[in-house]
Ligand binder design. Structure first.
Ligand code: AMP
Length: 195
């Protein structure tokens, strides 16, 4: 089996959210990964947007690596259809493995779990712990408030403008996904004619 063209770590809600646009974009993201010979790395659950992105990746022929702490196997309904499902001992182990297995990170709409994961890879990037691209998919302006807050932190001099430049924020997955993969020095495979 050939190795995936790229490995994208997706953080997203364990709920579907109120607006059907969130589920629709999760499906688009998963399909994009699968159609281009990519691999999804994610939290391993079947709930919410997490399950949708995983299903869409698998349906489009992509690989899915799910990494879930054993305490959450039932709560988050571990996805037994993953190409690889890793049941790990702790949340720290999950996050470490997810970060190691990824070429780039992308957060979709989600709740506090998603926020925490996104902030961790953003802050680790500014500390130089990794140099992988970090993206935020701002579907329906979901993250407008968060970005406004971050800009106010810059204005209040608790953040530097260059820290904002470490993340790529876009509402269009068709722009953001290739940008992240290319920024990681990789190229999505041209398998799209099959779609
Ligand atoms: P949420 O965005 O709150 O729906 O959570 C999305 C995912 O983030 C779920 O799989 C949670 O298990 C996960 N999560 C919650 N807290 C953390 C954390 N501190 N580190 C990593 N993942 C987390």
């Amino acid at each position: 089996m050939s190795s995936p063209a790229f490995s994208l770590c997706i953080y997203c809600g364990s709920r579907p959210g109120a607006d059907p646009a969130f589920a629709a974009v999760a499906e688009r993201v998963g399909a994009w990964i699968g159609q281009r010979g990519g691999q999804l790395v994610y939290g391993g659950g079947r709930n919410g947007l997490m399950g949708i992105v995983a299903e869409a990746t698998l349906a489009a022929g992509g690989r899915v690596v799910g990494i879930i702490p054993k305490a959450l196997v039932e709560k988050e309904w571990a996805h037994q259809g993953c190409s690889e499902l890793h049941v790990v001992d702790t949340m720290h182990e999950r996050k470490r493995m997810m970060a190691e297995r990824a070429d780039a990170f992308l957060a979709l709409p989600g709740g506090i779990g998603t926020f925490e994961e996104f902030f961790e890879v953003w802050t680790w990037r500014q500390l130089g712990y990794h140099d992988k691209p970090v993206g935020l998919l701002n579907t329906q302006g979901y993250y407008d408030g968060l970005m406004a807050f971050a800009r106010s932190a810059v204005a209040q001099e608790f953040m530097n403008p260059w820290q904002m430049d470490l993340i790529r924020v876009d509402d269009d997955p068709a722009r953001l996904l290739p940008e992240l993969v290319q920024a990681a020095g990789l190229a999505p495979e041209a398998r799209i004619e099959a779609i």
